[in-house]
Design a protein around this ligand. Structure first.
Ligand code: XIL
Length: 350
């Protein structure tokens, strides 16, 4: 990784028509999930990432099975590389993920005694979060804790052995390890109003009432062109969550298409644009992460859901995102024009 690590790539010449420039004007970070092997192995991947994005999330590198495969055994190399790359290119890093029922190593499942599992969980969080304190500025602390029907907490080994208090324990451990990091709850299928969105909202409200340090919520947004929730409905969800006092992120955005023909790509671009227009207009979304850089590395590869094609050419979807960010930036600039002496800029927050 040294070739793409600490040495900054040369900035593009000419006017900056990147997503990151448009995002900065709009007050919204634009991140991508990053695959370590692709970053290390393909200079085009690295160049696209550095040019277009100002935030990154390791796609797998800090998941428990990857980073902590055996008790006391840590594999920090890939995450260290990603953090170094981010620092060399002025990108923010979000850690993903501390507590999740998937991509767990077998040894965690074998911790039958609640006390042993609780100690392992807290040690895992403490070690990881404190190692990157001040460098990884946000963490997905708990991922997908609500069941698909929205009827309650998902039945996982954490719930079964530790009870519902595992969520609070995880957030408290993360806060203690890095008091400055933004701590997030992350989930899917809660984008549109419905039972799951209600349950996620209720869970977050209850955690906040109990003084659990949750700063924000990530709506994953793994969507499909022409089949997803209506953008206005997602915006309603965003406002409702923000009303709890939380920052809201679109955390794993990708929009699949059935056919990668011109029409499909246009529909995909329109879907990205409409979703971002609606969500950015709430003024409550300050970070958007797409779940991968190019279609060639996407976990939904066959649905070509991302902004760059496998050759790293910009797709129409890139233009859709750019247009939404520029629209938001124009609106933000207009609202900064002093009216009666008051400015309505974005407020700083964690
Ligand atoms: C996915 C990765 O993209 C894949 O590379 C991996 O094989 C499985 O996990 N929700 C999440 C992410 O929170 O961590 C998942 O990422 C996609 C769904």
């Amino acid at each position: 990784m040294t070739a793409t690590g600490a040495r900054p790539l040369r900035p593009a010449e000419g006017p900056d028509d990147s997503l990151r420039a448009a995002g900065q004007a709009a007050g919204c970070r634009i991140g991508a999930a990053v695959d370590h092997a692709a970053l290390a192995g393909d200079p085009r991947y690295a160049a696209t990432l550095a040019r277009e994005f100002d935030a990154l999330t390791p796609e797998n590198a800090v998941k428990w099975a990857e980073v902590h495969p055996a008790p006391g055994a840590w594999r920090f190399g890939p995450a260290d590389d990603l953090v170094a790359f981010a620092e060399a290119h002025a990108m923010r890093v979000k850690g993903h993920v501390l507590v999740w029922h998937e991509q767990l190593p077998a040894w965690v499942g074998a911790l039958a005694a609640p006390g042993a599992l609780r100690r392992a969980l807290e040690d895992h969080i403490r070690t990881l979060v404190s190692r990157y304190a001040g460098r990884v500025t946000a963490w997905d602390v708990v991922n997908e804790a609500v069941d698909d029907a929205g009827s309650g907490l998902r039945s996982t080994l954490f719930l079964e052995r530790l009870g519902p208090g595992y969520l609070a324990a995880a957030f408290h451990a993360a806060r203690a390890a890095d008091p400055r990091a933004r701590l997030l709850y992350n989930d899917y299928g809660a984008e549109a109003p419905g039972a799951k969105a209600d349950r996620v909202h209720a869970l977050l409200g209850a955690l906040l009432d109990a003084d659990v340090p949750v700063d924000g919520v990530g709506l994953q947004c793994h969507l499909a062109a022409g089949a997803g929730p209506r953008p206005a409905a997602v915006a309603r969800t965003v406002r409702r969550l923000a009303a709890l006092g939380l920052r809201v992120e679109l955390s794993e955005l990708d929009v699949g298409v059935r056919a990668g023909d011109r029409e499909g790509l246009r529909a995909q671009a329109a879907a990205y644009r409409a979703l971002l227009d609606a969500c950015l207009s709430t003024g409550c979304v300050d970070a958007i992460t797409v779940w991968g850089v190019s279609d060639g590395h996407s976990w939904r590869r066959r649905e070509a859901p991302l902004l760059f094609d496998p050759e790293y050419a910009r797709k129409p979807a890139h233009g859709g995102v750019l247009a939404a960010l520029r629209g938001r930036a124009r609106h933000a600039a207009a609202s900064l024009v002093p009216r009666g002496g008051e400015s309505r800029g974005m407020q700083g927050s964690r």
